[in-house]
Structures are given as structure tokens and as C-alpha cells.
Design a protein. Structure first.
Length: 608
């Protein structure tokens, strides 16, 4: 099947746009890719002795001889967060498996892992986005000892996987395989959970009932089962060729999860400079892989957070993408998955219906993925059309059935859930924004209503609780961008706005902040750029201005005369409450230096 012309055109534009930056990046990793020997051979004797002083005696022999690869393990393990708790056992498995193929592995370093589910609506959420760049830097620190010939990245959730990948790409001459933990079992349905939250927001139930429902939703080890940023991360690592095939959604605590984890160590040893198939991560992530990642995101209705993270990941590899690339591909990539919030199913049901192997095969057959990319399995995506299984305790892969196991969850190119990917870019006198419409009903995709302006989310919730929002309106929540307060997610507004929508009011959200990866049924123009603090137009909006959010035509407008608009002075923000406390004072330099949302909200320059 030939490549879809729109995919080819977008990829060509990305390649042309990135000629200079990509060339500089590739030159840097080629310069770092030294002679055909282990990395630690370049260390002095004192350095080397420090590097394996605490190693087991058997490993120390191999490390001293400098003829076998040594694998770095970089992990986001902690035992508070359900998604990361399963990673506790992984380092030992990986070390044992590495020894089976004549390699060694060392735990090179840990990276922080915070959970937006815990910090949602709390001051700590203002550290969330910046934690991605902290993780990237922590990954670089872990790899900086020059002891390692490849890296196994253990991470799952929102900022962790993008941060690990950005860090790994700064050592792009090293191979890297990502090792996921898998989702928790299905609990209280996501639809029922959302209804309980709405009832609590409306004052119909108390905290005891709410907590009981939340405990039934988040009940054991593993990733949350809705299709937010964490599970979008796993999809991306698979479609971009950084997982072992079929790894994304295998549950923790199962023999198959352990087998895939051990096999990752064996495989990464093969793709080192000393192995048969040298595969540097900086060459796996090229323009085609990035385009494939965007396609996967669109085809599954994935997290809007990746309109930031994919931009930053690409930039780390010298590749320049922007929101127009997402928009252009969204026109031709159909929605093939119905996973909450785009549907009622969770990722376990998606996996049972055929999962990533079925999805990738379908997209390849439609010419909607570049098939010939370099992956950790070699040349081409074909291995990713197969699913893993255990046969007599041995790991094998086999083709998934030709038909979806559940047509209500996983569609085909012939029977998609939508003809487009459900992600739109909005333009107008309020700036540029993105909107996820795959979960928004058609009758709510065009909203024209008076603005109600809030400078923080608590003000909106307070107005709702006072009964002041029983009307049509567009909530403009501004001074939520990366420079203002770290661009927190505003997902705690969802139950409130959903209640008003359910009452028949036409409501929408316009913000320079983020929504959760689980952005749902209320239309939300998010990531508005430039942000209000940087002189963005949201700072000019006043209560009563008529706002038109049109997700069909792709426009975001304040219906104010040009003369009035040009004469207005922007509002000034009082951000004194966002500077200190909960560690925020430590991130002042990041707020001061961060780029805009469409530039990836990054706090460091890459390959300029």
C-alpha cells in the first residue's frame, strides 16, 4: 500500500523545515558514537573503578574486561503511584536477563514521577509540566557517567515518558528501549466515575460517596485505565518503534509482563554498538517516526498534552513540528478507537479487541503510517502488527485476527468512528489553540456566547457554587500559561462545566492552560498561545464580550470591533500566590525561560 499523499506531504514539510537542526543533531550523535568498543573504555582507571566498585563479583569481571555491553536502567519507580509501583521488580529481572546474553546492567538513576491525578486542582499541579524537563535532565545525569552502551527507560505516566525520551535523545548515539508497566484492571467504569464526580460538584453527594467511587476506579497497581496522557504515552512508544511489540497494555503482575520486561534487556544488548544490529535512538526518532506518532495520536483520540510533548520530543532530535502538522494529518486520519473519554471502554477493552497490533496493521494497510522506519526490532513496522503471547513459558509473537474483537471499541478504515482524528487547531483574534472534539457531540462544536472571565479556576468553581453560572457562557480562564504558573491542567473544571452542559446551557472553556489528557464532552479551546502573561489576546477579554468557538471551521474569535479591540489595555495578573509554596519557588527560572505552548513549553533550547 502506498503512503497517503497527505502523510507524505506533511512529512516532507517537516523534513524541509528541519534540515539545519536535524543535520546538526545527527552530526552531534555521530561525533559521540565512538569506535567499536564499550563506552567505559574511554574512562580512566580511577573513573572506571568508581563505576563498578559496588557491582557483583561476576559482573565486575565483565565490566573490567570491557568487551561486553553495559546497560543503563533509568526508572521512575516509586511505590506511592500505582502506575510506577510495578517497576519495583523490573531492575532485577533486567539484570538477570542481560547476563543471559553476556551483558551487564546497572541501575543508573531514578527520575521523579508525579501524578496529575493526585495534584489535580492543587498547588503542586503548577510543577507538573516542568517536571518533564526535570526528568529529561535527571535522565541525562544518569547517563553522564559514560559507563553505558544502551539504556532501558522505565516509565509510564504523563510527563515521565516524554522526559525520559528527551533525556535519552540527548544521548542519541545510544540505543534505548522503553519498558512500560501496564494498566491496572478494570474497576468502576469511567462513565460512572464521571457521573459521580458531577453529582459531587452539584452538591448531591458527600465526600464519603465520592471517595468510595474513586477507590473503585483507582484500586490496584498499574496505569489508570482511561485513555489519558499516560496511556497515550504507551501508544506513542509503540507506534514510534521504541517498545517491544505489543508491550503497551499488558497488565502488571502477569507472566507475559515479566517475559516482555526480561526480553527488553536481551534485545537492547543486541542493538548496541557491540551487537549485530546497532540502533541508536537518535536515528529511530526521525521525521517519519514523529509523523507516525502524530498519526497514532489522532487515530486513537489521544491526549491533547502531546501537542506539547511531541513538539518537545521532536525538537530534542532536531526535528521541528508545529500544530499545523497535527491539523493537516487530522483531516485524513480517521478515529479508530473508542476509549474513554471518546467512548465508554477502557484500555483493557481496547487491548482485548486487538490493541496496538490491530491498530498499526490497519493504519499501515491504509498508507497512514510510514512502514519502513527504523525501530528497536529492526527495519520496518511489520513486527508491530503482531501480539505477544507465552507458549510453554516462551515468548512468541503472532498475528492478531483479521477482524476487531469488539467493533464498538476498535474500528477499521472501512468502519471508522469518525472520518477525521478529532483534533483541530483554532485561529483568530484570541490567538492559536487546540481543541479535542472526538468526545464532543456535534451540537456542541460551535459555541457563541458571552464571556465570563476568570483569572484562576477556583473563581469559576466559586461562581458555580453561588449559582451564578446558570446561563450560556464561554469561560475564559487566563493567566494559566507556562510563564504564568507552569500551565496546570484544569481538569477539575470538567464536572462543573459538564453539569451546566447537561442542564441545556451552551458552555465552553477557553484557556491558556491545559486540560487533562482525558479532555471530554465540553468544548475546550486550550493551550491558547501567546499566553495572557506574554501579551496574548486573552488578557484583553472582558466579561460580556461575545466569544465564538467554532471547532468546525477552526476559528476562535472575540466578536469585538477592531477599533475597540486595538484600544484595549491588557489586564494585569496578580500571580503573587503562584510563586511560593509547594516547591514553586524552585521553578522560578523555568517560568521565566519557558517557550510558548506551540513550541513545546520547553525550558531549554535544543539544537538551535
Amino acid at each position: 500500500m502506498s503512503i497517503h499523499p497527505q502523510l507524505q506531504a506533511v512529512t516532507d514539510r517537516i523534513r524541509q523545515r528541519s534540515l539545519a537542526t536535524r543535520a546538526r543533531y545527527l552530526q552531534r550523535i555521530d561525533d559521540a558514537d565512538r569506535a567499536n568498543t564499550v563506552e567505559r573504555a574511554h574512562l580512566g582507571c580511577t573513573n572506571l573503578a568508581h563505576g563498578y566498585a559496588a557491582a557483583p563479583a561476576g559482573d565486575k569481571i565483565w565490566l573490567r574486561e570491557q568487551r561486553k555491553p553495559n546497560i543503563a536502567i533509568v526508572s521512575s519507580y516509586n511505590d506511592m503511584l500505582s502506575a510506577h509501583q510495578p517497576l519495583n521488580d523490573f531492575p532485577q529481572w533486567l539484570k538477570e536477563a542481560a547476563r543471559e546474553v553476556g551483558a551487564t546492567a546497572q541501575f543508573a538513576g531514578g527520575v521523579p514521577a508525579m501524578c496529575d491525578g493526585v495534584t489535580q486542582g492543587q498547588p503542586g499541579m503548577e510543577l507538573s509540566l516542568f517536571s518533564r524537563d526535570v526528568i529529561a535532565m535527571a535522565t541525562a545525569v544518569a547517563l553522564s557517567h559514560n559507563m553505558f552502551d544502551a539504556v532501558l527507560c522505565l516509565g509510564v505516566c504523563d510527563k515521565i515518558v516524554p522526559g525520559l525520551l528527551i533525556g535519552a535523545l540527548s544521548f542519541g548515539h545510544l540505543p534505548a528501549i522503553f519498558v512500560p508497566g501496564g494498566p491496572m484492571g478494570t474497576g468502576l467504569s469511567n462513565n460512572e466515575k464521571a457521573k459521580v464526580r458531577q453529582r459531587f460538584a452539584a452538591g448531591e453527594i458527600d465526600k464519603t460517596a465520592l471517595l468510595e467511587a474513586e477507590e473503585k476506579s483507582y484500586h490496584s497497581a498499574g496505569t489508570c485505565t482511561f485513555y489519558g496522557t499516560a496511556n497515550s504515552n504507551q501508544m506513542l512508544m509503540e507506534v514510534m518503534g521504541l517498545h517491544l511489540p505489543g508491550s503497551a497494555f499488558v497488565p502488571p503482575g502477569t507472566p507475559l509482563r515479566e517475559a516482555l520486561t526480561r526480553e527488553a534487556a536481551r534485545r537492547v544488548a543486541v542493538i548496541t554498538r557491540l551487537g549485530a544490529h546497532h540502533t541508536p535512538v537518535g536515528k529511530v526518532i526521525d521525521e517519519r517516526a514523529i509523523a507516525n506518532g502524530i498519526v497514532g495520536l489522532l487515530a486513537t483520540g489521544g491526549s491533547t498534552n502531546h501537542t506539547l510533548h511531541l513538539v518537545a520530543i521532536a525538537r530534542a532530535a532536531g526535528i521541528l513540528i508545529n500544530w499545523d502538522d497535527f491539523d493537516a494529518l487530522s483531516e485524513v486520519v480517521p478515529l479508530l478507537a473508542r476509549i474513554y473519554p471518546n467512548g465508554s471502554a477502557d484500555v483493557n477493552e481496547f487491548q482485548a479487541a486487538g490493541g496496538m497490533a490491530f491498530l498499526i496493521r490497519e493504519l499501515l494497510e491504509g498508507g497512514l503510517l510510514h512502514p519502513d522506519v527504523l525501530t528497536v526490532m529492526g527495519q520496518g513496522l511489520q513486527p508491530y502488527t503482531q501480539a505477544p503471547l507465552l507458549n510453554n513459558a516462551q515468548l512468541h509473537w503472532q498475528s492478531v485476527p483479521p477482524d476487531s474483537g469488539n467493533e464498538a471499541v476498535l474500528g477499521t478504515l472501512v468502519t471508522p468512528f469518525s472520518a477525521d482524528g478529532g483534533l483541530k487547531v483554532l485561529n483568530g483574534n484570541l490567538g492559536r489553540a487546540v481543541i479535542k472534539v472526538s468526545a464532543v457531540k456535534p451540537e456542541h462544536r460551535v459555541i457563541e456566547a458571552p464571556a465570563l472571565v476568570f483569572d484562576h479556576q477556583e473563581a469559576l468553581i466559586g461562581a458555580y457554587q453561588r449559582g451564578e453560572l446558570e446561563r450560556d457562557f464561554v469561560a475564559v480562564v487566563r493567566f494559566q500559561g507556562p510563564r504564568a504558573n507552569g500551565m496546570p491542567e484544569l481538569h477539575s473544571l470538567t464536572p462543573t462545566l459538564a453539569n451546566l452542559q447537561d442542564k441545556g446551557f451552551q458552555v465552553a472553556l477557553v484557556t491558556d492552560g491545559r486540560m487533562s489528557g482525558a479532555s471530554g464532552k465540553v468544548p475546550a479551546a486550550i493551550h491558547v498561545t501567546p499566553e495572557a502573561l506574554s501579551g496574548g489576546p486573552l488578557a484583553k477579554v472582558r466579561d460580556g464580550d461575545v466569544i465564538r468557538l467554532d471547532a468546525v471551521s477552526g476559528s476562535l474569535l472575540a466578536l469585538v470591533s477592531d477599533s475597540d479591540w486595538s484600544e484595549r489595555s491588557p489586564a494585569q495578573a496578580d500571580l503573587s500566590g503562584n510563586v511560593h509554596g509547594m516547591g514553586r519557588e524552585l521553578f522560578g527560572s523555568m517560568r521565566a525561560s519557558v517557550t510558548g505552548a506551540e513550541q513545546g513549553a520547553m525550558t531549554f533550547g535544543l539544537h538551535d
